[in-house]
Write a protein that binds this ligand. Structure first.
Ligand code: S3P
Ligand code: PEP
Length: 428
């Protein structure tokens, strides 16, 4: 029997939050770096990767397939990745990581032996069939359509053209592209269906592949071609995780304070960068300078109408901020969030109502009508971004109880301590 942990009372801010908050590396970049470094012609040193549940699971899975991954550099903060022939039999624990469950089956297909994939209970509900059907179309034997499933690899993926419907997740495209340099004929992925979400993440994949010397043609919308060939070692820096930075920036927005996140990249493919435009539209002051990105909250936040299809990861943060605006906010284009860590639209609606808020849920988004809130339970649903959204609400609403703040370890271990530190010594 497991004992339920005590809920986390989200601290309230008695004054405008003023802080500088360094944020660890990007989950999305770290896991792309690992998958590419495992295919490289020589070892890679991944500088200061994110260490979190999602990235540790990716590293553990690659180790299980034969890749050497060890800590290196000052204080062991880097990862030295030594490629080796990939082989099963192996068992891959995906946890709840979309990047592990969608990026690794194509790589496993280039190995040998049966490779069994499984994950958390919630992970078994996440859409997977598109990538597994694509592998079958490429000549790979796969048993199953969602977790748990088995890839029966025979050491060679012929590759070729696949037609997929990636409207449920950009990760279906990214996963196929990232291992295609190791397919005999590379790959051409053609998307057919409603618009692909999270396009900046596919742009990140393309840029990551080019960064290790792989030729990619993405000139035609909804069509990507990756040439087979040698993968050079990974050398790029890992940018801070800009999506994980957003709850801290939100703290400035909702309390009229000022928060700086250092090392904000001048150019990036991370979806989190879109927070600059979104917060500006809500009335915050946003600037990039030598110290990083600084957000100063306004006296009154404006409601927002935004299509978040490309940057769905930001929805929990934006929804939490919208609760404190002076008018309604309408967030659309995010039906695919129903297949994220949890059904994020339903989860946000439930939690917002539990603290007295009003939200009208639609198939592809919702409208938030700000009104006075009160304390209450805030369920995380095993979703790191639901937990951080609860923290934002708690800044302004006493008595918000987040049931599982530890779930933030998926991408940001130590979140609760970082949050308390941001609020200063006055907050217990
Ligand atoms: O490729 C990636 O690293 C990601 C792609 C996106 O997934 P979806 O396209 O499923 O939204 C994003 O939401 C997720 O957090 C990370
Ligand atoms: C959707 C997310 O994660 P995953 O990589 O598990 O899909 C997310 O981090 O918001």
């Amino acid at each position: 029997m497991t004992t339920a942990l005590a809920p986390w009372p989200a601290p309230t801010a008695d004054a405008p939050v003023t802080a500088t908050v360094p944020v660890p590396g990007s989950k999305s970049l770290t896991n792309r770096a690992l998958v590419l470094a495992a295919q490289a012609v020589a070892p890679s040193l991944i500088p200061a990767p994110l260490r979190s549940r999602d990235t540790d699971l990716m590293a553990a899975a690659l180790r299980a397939l034969g890749t050497g991954i060890e800590s290196a550099g000052p204080g062991g903060r880097d990862w030295l990745v030594t490629p080796a022939p990939l082989a099963g039999p192996a068992h891959v624990d995906c946890g709840l990581a979309g990047t592990v469950m969608r990026f690794l089956p194509p790589l496993a297909a280039t190995a040998t032996g049966p490779i069994i994939f499984d994950g958390d209970e919630a992970a078994r509900r996440r859409p997977m069939a598109t990538v597994l059907d694509a592998l079958r179309a490429l000549g790979v034997r796969v048993d199953g359509d969602r977790l748990p499933f088995t890839v029966h690899a025979d050491g060679r993926v012929p590759g070729g053209t696949v037609r997929i419907d990636a409207s449920a997740s950009s990760q279906f495209v990214s996963g196929l592209l990232l291992s295609a340099p190791s397919f005999a004929g590379g790959i051409e992925v053609r998307h057919e269906g409603a618009a692909v979400p999270s396009l900046p993440h596919i742009e990140m994949t393309v840029q990551a592949l080019r960064g290790v010397g792989v030729r990619v043609d993405d000139a035609t919308p909804d069509r990507w071609r990756v040439e087979p060939g040698p993968v050079q070692p990974w050398t790029s820096t890992i940018e801070p995780d800009l999506s994980n930075a957003t709850p801290f920036l939100a703290a400035a927005a909702v309390t009229g304070g000022t928060v700086t996140v250092p090392h904000w990249p001048a150019a990036t493919t991370q979806a989190g960068d879109a927070i600059r435009g979104l917060l500006t539209a809500m009335g915050a002051r946003v600037s990039i300078g030598p110290d990083g990105l600084t957000v100063s909250g306004p006296d009154r936040l404006r409601g927002l109408t935004a299509d978040l299809h490309d940057v769905g990861e930001l929805t929990p943060t934006v929804a939490a901020i919208a609760l404190f605006a002076d008018g309604p906010s309408r967030l659309t284009g995010i039906g695919h969030l129903r297949g994220h860590e949890t059904d994020r639209l339903a989860a946000l609606a439930q939690d917002i109502q539990a603290v007295g808020g009003r939200v009208d849920e639609a198939p592809d988004g919702f409208t938030i009508h700000p009104q006075p809130l009160h304390g209450g339970p805030w369920a995380a649903f095993a979703d790191h971004r639901m937990a951080t959204a609860g923290a934002i609400v708690g800044l302004r609403v006493p008595g918000v109880l987040v049931d599982d703040v530890a779930t933030t370890a998926k991408t940001l271990p130590g979140f609760a301590d970082m949050w308390t530190r941001m609020l200063g010594p006055a907050v217990a």
